[in-house]
Design a protein. Structure first.
Length: 321
């Protein structure tokens, strides 16, 4: 039961019962409500600043997990970039050097991928910057991997061509070492008929008549004919700018247009044309320009034998043709 309140009236000198008006009651109620709201606000402020709600704890754990995954992903992208850089370095400075190819320019390897509009759809989110950075890094690696893949395709093709080229380039003597000797080398030599110094565009191997003559590399026979100077002559086109000439043969063993392999017998030693003895005149031409054949005997000779051939071929003597 509510307590009855009295008030002393100074005029009547009596205690009178206090009657509460609607306004008084309203003010009292509002003050109680206001005090409650202030108290609640203080409690909520303390709770929000010093204590975590269950949902906040869940969100915090998720954010920590996202941060960890972002760091792991960023580290993996960094590792992939390092591995890719090492592969690119080996590609430019080892593989492409071996096959005599120019390195891929840095501007090509690090070329951009798409434009700024490509990442516009990632804008407008709370973590747009992080998402865009990661996407750009992944796109860059993808682009570099594509370029590297194409480079390896090119290197593989060059390696395949290199094997073919090595089988085609002249690499052996045209006659067996056991049945021949180097009689005259490349350079200015005394002509056997005219007795004047003349450029000798090949080397002469003295050998018994009908000694087998071998193709010094894979190729296609493009000439099989007799001429007054070289006598019976065979010319083989090895591709890659190389041709070989075999002159003064006694007999042919191939036909024009025939494909031949290194070491295959193409004819036999003779002394046809302008010749003073049984031998084979052998030439190597690169882009139709004669070059010294002794530098192409590396498959047949040991280092000591090669040095001996170089010494013999450099002597100025009389050619046999």
């Amino acid at each position: 039961m509510a307590k009855t309140k009295y008030r002393f009236n100074t005029r009547s000198l009596k205690y009178e019962k206090v009657k509460k008006t609607l306004k008084d009651r309203t003010v009292k109620i509002l003050s109680i409500v206001a005090a409650g709201m202030v108290f609640s606000a203080i409690v909520m402020l303390i709770a929000f600043n010093f204590f975590e709600s269950p949902s906040e704890k869940i969100l915090k754990r998720e954010n920590e997990q996202y941060k960890l995954q972002y760091k792991i992903l960023n580290d993996k992208i960094g590792q992939m970039s390092k591995v890719l850089a090492d592969i690119q370095n080996r590609d430019d400075n080892i593989y492409r050097v071996i096959f005599e190819a120019d390195p891929i320019p840095k501007t090509v390897r690090e070329a951009g991928y798409g434009g700024t509009d490509k990442y516009a759809k990632l804008e407008g989110y709370d973590n747009s910057q992080i998402i865009t950075e990661i996407t750009q890094k992944v796109d860059k690696i993808a682009r570099q991997l594509y370029i590297q893949s194409k480079s390896f395709d090119h290197v593989f093709k060059m390696a395949k061509n290199k094997v073919e080229m090595l089988s085609c380039i002249p690499a052996i003597q045209p006659v067996s070492k056991k049945h021949s000797r180097l009689a005259s080398g490349f350079g200015m030599r005394m002509h056997p008929i005219y007795k004047t110094l003349k450029m000798h565009t090949g080397v002469d191997f003295a050998a018994p008549r009908r000694t087998p003559i071998y193709a010094t590399g894979d190729g296609v026979v493009i000439k099989v004919k007799y001429s007054s100077g070289y006598g019976n002559e065979i010319v083989i086109d090895h591709g890659y700018g190389y041709k070989t000439v075999y002159a003064h043969l006694s007999k042919f063993n191939v036909k024009r247009g025939q494909k031949v392999k290194r070491g295959q017998t193409i004819g036999y030693v003779g002394s046809t044309g302008l010749s003073i003895g049984s031998h084979v005149h052998y030439e190597v031409r690169k882009n139709d320009k004669p070059i010294n054949p002794v530098h192409f005997f590396f498959k047949d000779l040991t280092p000591a034998e090669y040095e001996k051939v170089i010494e013999l071929s450099s002597k100025v003597n009389q050619a046999l043709s």
